[in-house]
Ligand binder design. Structure first.
Ligand code: PMV
Length: 329
């Protein structure tokens, strides 16, 4: 039996635009998905998934049965979750050249599901790592990232960048531009505060919405390119350790995401609550439509303001996690 874990992430800059070849800077956070894998005697895949959101659900899924788990999670998220774990199992079978290997997989996660914190990437990264090791194969973090990307790409119908999976596999702050993925080595202390509205966005739908805006309007295409310019400025601010500038650029980035139609009332309200409490800056993180915002604030104020913001269900601090996927004792 092998247990691996991998971190979730926030986007400091660049979600959505990264789908069209612009750079993005996701940062791993100290909230992890943990996946335990044990090889079975037969070729079945059985998944136990508890605590898949902060509220805590138990999902049991047996690939040999059609029974639907009786839980209060959008069926599309369950389907996707199962798709990611099927994909992880397939990748492990391929890596070990064991096409008939069966697995008992148990998932625990403290990353809200579908909320822009990279829960699915963390599960698939930890799942591939644990399942390959269980079959006696040790992959590097980059190899795990590559295989995890292939799974996300398939489950999300070809609409996935490498950002989430690479960040979760290697940890820390990273820069992703097309196929070029690298770690950012010198990162200032980033005082992340997360606000979570308890909801989730449909990544596929939101990505498709931006795609059609971009095809219809020249100015929407320019907006996407401008997000790329913000990311390049942001990289300079990271190098200089200029937190105030990072905050201003996050505000700008949120405004452009809002213009592209991927924010929501609750995300905007949380962003404004954080800004009005003098956070350096705030923006939605991930696909949008609902889920989480990330603010930069080194006082208690943004967290307190978010606690009293209607629509904000949870707020917490998140440290940058410099470690990516790892084996747990
Ligand atoms: O919501 P998340 O954490 O799945 O992030 C989606 C980020 C997008 O840029 C919208 C899509 C992608 O694959 O990069």
């Amino acid at each position: 039996m092998v247990v691996s874990s991998a971190p979730g992430k926030v986007y400091l800059f660049g979600e959505h635009a990264v789908v069209y070849g612009e750079p993005a800077v996701p940062c791993a956070i100290e909230r992890r998905a943990t996946v335990e894998v044990e090889e079975r005697d037969d070729d079945a895949l059985r998944v136990h998934a508890a605590d898949l959101t902060l509220d805590g659900y138990t999902v049991e899924y047996d690939s040999n049965s059609d029974a639907h788990p009786d839980v209060d999670v959008a069926p599309s998220l369950i389907e996707a979750g199962v798709g990611y774990l099927n994909g992880a199992a397939e990748q492990a079978r391929d890596a070990a050249d064991r096409p008939n290997a069966g697995f008992e997989i148990t998932v625990e996660s403290s990353i809200p599901l579908g909320a822009g914190l990279g829960s699915s990437a963390a599960v698939v990264v930890a799942g591939i790592d644990a399942a390959t090791r269980e079959l006696g194969v040790d992959l590097t973090a980059r190899e795990v990232a590559q295989r995890a990307y292939e799974v996300e790409y398939e489950v999300q119908d070809g609409q996935a960048s490498r950002a989430d999976t690479f960040c979760s596999a290697v940890g820390g702050a990273v820069r992703v531009e097309g196929d070029d993925c690298r770690a950012i080595t010198e990162v200032p202390n980033l005082p992340f505060v997360i606000g979570y509205d308890g909801g989730e966005g449909d990544t596929g739908e939101l990505v498709a919405g931006v795609r059609s805006l971009r095809e219809e309007y020249e100015f929407a295409a320019t907006t996407v390119e401008t997000i790329g310019d913000i990311v390049r400025e942001g990289e300079q601010a990271i190098r200089e350790g200029d937190i105030e500038e990072l905050g201003r650029l996050m505000d700008f980035n949120h405004g452009l995401l809002e213009a592209l139609g991927v924010s929501s009332r609750s995300l905007d309200e949380m962003v404004w609550a954080a800004r009005e409490s003098n956070a350096y800056g705030a923006k939605l993180t991930g696909a949008g439509g609902g889920g989480c915002i990330v603010a930069l604030d080194d006082t208690e104020e943004a967290e307190t303001a978010l606690k009293y913001t209607p629509g904000c269900e949870q707020t917490f601090r998140a440290e940058l996690d410099t470690e990516g996927v790892r084996v747990e004792e």
